[in-house]
Design a protein around this ligand. Structure first.
Ligand code: SF4
Length: 376
């Protein structure tokens, strides 16, 4: 049974602890939540020790052909857009490497003309000498297209389903290929077949009732742990932040519920990585680390060219998907960011804080020679 079939049928025979997970998501008293936090903390220490992996996102492009109601890059937003050339991507990557990063997440809007698999592969080849670990967060691809990306040197792929509730999904994704719920849902399986070593999934919290999305996300996790077991699985739980377009979440969840969800996932899936982005405030991020977060982004910019100003002379505004000619006045500005950040501390300040909390920030946990050695 594929995960899509299971989701459509509403039965998850491979998710053995579904009742326990549902009960972990129910409203809790403060002592019950404290007990969950302690259990989550103990699981994290047992599986990961006191380490937190640090990575940075590098936005390649904010061009997008989809209309997603909640995203600043949505085709419907008349924003300043930019696609970095591979040389400019390298310039941004070098800046991040000089700050100590060795793990990079390449992010791009979904636009087959600007962000083709060949383009992404070219960027990866330029960046590869600086980064032993490169992941991508781009439009879902065919297996063969994913293989081209793997061959160019990427080891990880991230595809968030946004919401697992098909009705909510179709009301939020108004046009473009992203309307195809099933195609997106099956992207992690295609990526696994193509040979990615790390697979990241997630839901954008706030789009739909969070407990329902969390349950489906946990079921998806259980399915992938069974069927994509050779890859390391990570879960991300981004919450909606302000962005161009002014969308406001219909189903916000509180910091307390957010922490509870992290604990529930950590208790049920001790082996899975939990990712926390700079969407969240410094104080909340610091408090979540002992509860099971194992990967954090730091010093992030969510606009292409955001680290060095690369490519700004080519900024252009699109209106309803049509490009306006470059405006010299706008080249002094920057490309639109995908969403507003909340944790604006520098990478060094975040690393120092991780140490103060008693954890070791890990900038590099992977090197190609590990697979070469394993295969000889
Ligand atoms: S969420 Fe992704 S696909 Fe949708 S508009 Fe934003 S960048 Fe494009």
């Amino acid at each position: 049974m594929s995960f899509l079939e299971a989701l459509q049928a509403g039965t998850f025979p491979f998710f053995h602890e579904q009742d326990r997970f549902r009960s972990l998501l129910e409203p809790k008293t403060p002592p019950e939540l404290e007990a969950m936090a302690q259990a989550a903390h103990a699981q994290t220490i047992q599986f990961y020790g006191k380490t937190v992996r640090v990575f940075a996102p590098l936005y390649l492009s904010n061009e997008c052909i989809n209309v997603c109601r909640y995203c600043g890059f949505s085709r419907s937003n008349p924003i300043l857009r930019l696609t970095l050339s591979p040389e400019e991507a390298e310039q941004e990557a070098r800046c991040l490497a000089e700050q100590g990063f060795r793990s990079l997440l390449l992010v791009a809007g979904e636009h087959p003309k600007w962000v083709s698999p060949g383009y992404v592969a070219s960027c990866i080849r330029r960046i590869r000498p600086y980064f032993p670990s490169i992941s991508i967060e781009i439009a879902p691809l065919e297996t063969e297209e994913y293989r081209e990306i793997v061959d160019s040197g990427a080891e990880g792929v991230v595809v968030y389903q946004e919401t697992y509730l098909p009705q909510a999904y179709s009301s939020l994704h108004l046009s473009g290929p992203k309307r195809d719920f099933a195609w997106r849902l099956q992207a992690p399986e295609r990526a696994y077949r193509a040979g990615f070593r790390r697979i990241g999934i997630g839901a954008l919290l706030g789009l739909a009732p969070w407990r329902e999305d969390a349950f489906a996300l946990a079921a998806h996790t259980a399915w992938l742990l069974k069927h994509a077991w050779r890859s390391y699985l990570t879960i991300s739980l981004p919450r909606l932040r302000p962005a161009a377009g002014g969308f406001s979440p219909e189903y916000p969840l509180s910091d307390r519920e957010f922490a509870q969800l992290h604990c529930a996932l950590r208790i049920l899936f001790p082996q899975v990585g939990l990712v926390l982005s700079t969407r969240e405030s410094p104080s909340l991020r610091d408090r979540l680390i002992p509860l099971g977060v194992t990967l954090v982004s730091a010093g992030s910019r969510t606009d292409p060219g955001g680290y060095t100003g690369a490519g700004r002379e080519r900024l252009h505004r699109t209106i309803g998907g049509r490009s306006e000619p470059p405006n010299p006045m706008e080249s002094a500005e920057k490309a639109e960011e995908q969403f507003a950040l909340s944790d604006e501390r520098s990478p060094r300040a975040i690393a120092d804080r991780i140490r103060e909390l008693g954890y070791e920030p890990v900038w590099k946990d992977w090197d190609e020679c590990l697979t070469s050695a394993a295969s000889t």
